[in-house]
Ligand binder design. Structure first.
Ligand code: ATP
Length: 361
């Protein structure tokens, strides 16, 4: 009698979970599974006049999804999902991102990209200074506290990897003992069709202290061997990959979600071949991977028959987190400076192209 009742409850529970995911997908479809946010970075002291310098971009005072800009003497506007002014706090930015982060606990795959030219604040937004951390640390803390709240009904394992992509190759295993071990993307032997990177170090986070330790370790490794960190970070993509595996202790139901946090290479290399100080190969690789990212996001909506995931290492590695009911968020970084105006227009145009995808044909 009891087992029959249990079986019945389990069936009902499974149906409920299924319905929940289905409704969620419909909601995501309605809202669009691609969101584009824009952060305007503050004017830096070293850029001249300091805080009094004139900013060429601003948020519309009535509508915080509109960015105004003066470009070649003309007033231009761009529409995003939300635009943050330079004085927005890391906390405010994170609030917009939070629902996507927690959806990974329910088994969704999510990608958050920071896009923009060098020095536009990508690393600030993703990693942030230790005293004022960005999305990476806040996301891990949030995931951890949510997961702890679900004990004892659910049992979760959170694993973290950090890796760089440089010149179309997976380069440094930032949590590994050997930074330079050769890494490749392989098809999983379990026939699931999933991709994985054999040998990439995965660190299991079991408490809050682990989070800070693992991020600190990865960030320190990122800066080692770089004679000039900003040059290095301008040329490589940095990925923080968080996987969350959950098991319901009474039903045995499993969920598997992934959160990919990506600090992209500086976009100023796009369309400027032979940029000073960078080799042609580097420039071409950055060019290619950023444009392929745009193409993939576009194709996911308009040409679902053929998605060019394989055209770059970045999209190939992330394909499971870009397709299907995955969710993507693009954080576009905009410089307020007159001297950067051409690059800023390029970044915002890229963002707008990506965003228009959500509206559908
Ligand atoms: N919102 C912000 N508030 C305060 N400082 C900021 C903000 N955004 C960026 N900065 C500062 O601007 C500088 C450049 O930012 P950051 O290094 O994040 O740029 P980046 O786009 O990651 O550049 P790169 O491509 O070279 O890595 C840093 O000193 C950073 O602290």
């Amino acid at each position: 009698e009891v087992t029959n009742m249990n079986r019945d409850l389990l069936r009902k529970y499974k149906e409920e979970m299924h319905l929940r995911k289905k409704l969620h997908n419909e909601l995501v479809e309605l809202k669009g599974n691609i969101r584009v946010l824009c952060c305007i970075c503050p004017i830096k002291l070293e850029d001249g006049d300091g805080p009094d310098a004139c900013s060429v971009v601003s948020v519309d005072p009535q509508d915080d999804s509109i960015l105004h800009m003066s470009y070649q003497g003309k007033a231009t506007m761009f529409k995003m999902d939300k635009v943050f002014p330079p004085q927005a706090s890391q906390e405010e930015v994170f609030q917009e991102v939070q629902p996507l982060v927690t959806s990974c606990i329910d088994g969704f795959n999510v990608c958050i990209f920071a896009y923009g030219q060098t020095s536009s604040g990508k690393t600030y937004t993703m990693q942030g200074p230790p005293e004022n951390p960005g999305i990476n640390q806040r996301a891990l803390h949030l995931l951890f506290s949510e997961v702890v709240r679900k004990v004892p009904d659910w049992d979760y394992i959170i694993k973290v990897s950090m890796v760089e992509i440089y010149n179309e190759a997976l380069r440094r295993d930032l949590l590994g003992k050997d930074l330079h071990k050769k890494l490749e993307i392989k098809l999983s032997p379990d026939r699931s069709g999933r991709l994985y990177v054999p040998g990439l170090t995965e660190f299991t986070v079991t408490n809050v202290m682990d989070i800070n330790r693992v991020l600190h370790f990865g960030h320190t490794n990122r800066t080692t061997e770089c004679t000039n960190l900003s040059e290095h970070s301008a040329r490589s993509h940095a990925l923080l990959i968080i996987s969350i595996h959950g098991v319901n202790s009474s039903t045995g139901i499993e969920t598997c979600g992934k959160l990919n946090l990506v600090d992209l290479a500086g976009s100023e290399h796009v369309g400027r071949s032979g940029a000073e100080g960078s080799s042609l190969q580097e420039t071409q690789c950055i060019n290619k991977s950023l444009s392929v990212l745009g193409d993939v996001i576009y194709a996911l909506r308009y040409k679902p028959g053929h998605i060019p995931f394989r055209n770059s290492k970045l999209t190939y590695l992330l394909q499971d987190s870009l397709k299907g009911d995955s969710k993507t968020l693009m954080m576009v970084q905009a410089s307020p400076m007159e001297k950067d105006v051409n690059e800023t227009v390029c970044s915002l145009t890229f963002a707008q192209r990506v965003r228009s995808v959500e509206l559908g044909p």
